[in-house]
Design a protein around this ligand. Structure first.
Ligand code: PLP
Length: 372
């Protein structure tokens, strides 16, 4: 059994995928070819935003808006410690200071009430200037944007949605990608909408931000690549990868439905043995991961071993909170600073999740878990 089965998906679109790839090989515009604009238009339309700027990775999709907003030394950027390193890495890369805020124990997303308190204490301390909040749509579930956006407004901060795992999720009829001042996503192969390499995209309604992002993407270009008006990066997505996303995107809405069916079946079978994922009323998850909580660290080890013996792969996202990572030692956090995040990192693990999972496999996994 595979943790994420990309081969099944590929078999469904093999012929059209080959055609798309062949079309790029024929026109030869490997950098910023026509598939880039075609994909950006389709994704902006889907997310419900005015603009989409594709880029080289989900990491660049976080870095570029922060660059556009001139985030740097002396600035505080608030985010969750229970996420992939990229979310906080980009803050540090620009010389700004990541300020971690603990998570909600049910959704695993940043806690709005703790966020409000963290902003207040940074203001009171007077050393850093609060600038941006980066909520993460962890495991595919949108963060609490109604509450977060209200807090941002109160303090005059920008919100950058880290939608690397969240693209396709919704709150009511508003889609991930449309929250905050800008949003990012990633097309890393294992994400809900992936390509066959690295890629990412930024979404925004802000015309001025859009112009700056397209400049940053190509070395800070002005009127052309050899007129440089700001410091930028080589942040372009490959045309070939855009062609692949375009073809996979035809399956995407149906895949979200299938992912939700898998999650529903898991949850119905597992509720009595482990803590199953919580989806608040009116929220739709895109189930980048289906993550459950064991009783404690040794129960998790036991359950993961039982599954491994039955041929079922599992994974732990995330075994270490970011404030416990060596790379962030200089921030001076200590064990116990973010108790919810720390507890989850000891209890959580993820089960195989992809749109094409067989019902019988889910049944088997549930039997292994509930019999131990
Ligand atoms: C995957 C991921 C990223 C980074 O995306 P890449 O395309 O791998 O650079 C950022 N944030 C989160 C939450 C992610 O899961």
């Amino acid at each position: 059994m595979q943790f994420i089965d990309l081969a099944k998906q590929q078999s469904l679109i093999k012929a059209s995928l080959d055609e798309r790839i062949q079309a790029v090989l024929s026109h030869g515009k490997y950098i910023m070819g026509p598939e880039i604009g075609e994909m950006e238009a389709q994704l902006a339309n889907y997310a419900g935003t005015k603009h989409c700027v594709s880029c080289a990775s989900g990491t660049d999709a976080l870095l570029m808006p922060l660059m556009a907003w001139n985030i740097g030394p002396g600035d505080a950027v608030f985010t969750t410690p229970f996420t992939f390193i990229a979310t906080a890495e980009v803050i540090q890369l620009l010389g700004a200071t990541p300020v971690f805020v603990d998570i909600d124990p049910k959704t695993y997303n940043i806690s709005p009430s703790l966020l409000d308190k963290a902003i207040d204490s940074v203001l009171k301390e007077g050393k850093l200037i609060p600038k941006v909040i980066i909520p993460v749509d962890l495991f595919g579930l949108p963060a609490d944007y109604p509450a977060i956006e209200a807090i941002a407004k109160k303090h005059g901060l920008k919100v950058l949605e880290d939608g690397a795992q969240g693209f396709g999720g919704m709150i009511g009829d508003k889609r991930a990608g449309s929250f905050g001042d800008a949003a990012s996503t990633s097309f890393f192969p294992a994400k809900p909408l992936g390509c066959y390499g690295d890629g990412g995209a930024i979404f925004t309604d802000d015309d001025e931000l859009y112009e700056i992002l397209t400049s940053i993407r190509v070395h800070g270009k002005g009127s052309d690549k050899y007129d440089n008006v700001r410091i930028g990066i080589n942040g372009r997505m490959d045309t070939l990868q855009a062609a692949i996303v375009l073809e996979k995107f035809t399956l995407f809405p149906g895949e979200i439905t299938l992912r939700n069916k898998v999650a529903d079946q898991y949850s119905a079978l597992l509720t009595d043995r482990v803590v199953t994922p919580f989806v608040p009323e009116n929220y739709t998850s895109v189930w980048a991961q289906y993550s459950i909580l064991a009783k404690d660290e040794s129960d998790r080890q036991h359950l993961m071993t039982q599954l491994k013996n039955a041929g079922v792969p599992t994974a732990v996202y995330y075994p270490k909170s970011l404030h416990q990572q060596t790379a962030f030692n200089h921030l001076g956090y200590k064990e116990g600073d973010f108790p919810v995040s720390e507890e989850m990192s000891q209890r959580i693990f993820s089960l195989p999740m992809h749109p094409y999972m067989e019902s019988a496999d889910i049944q088997m996994i549930a039997e292994v878990l509930t019999s131990k």
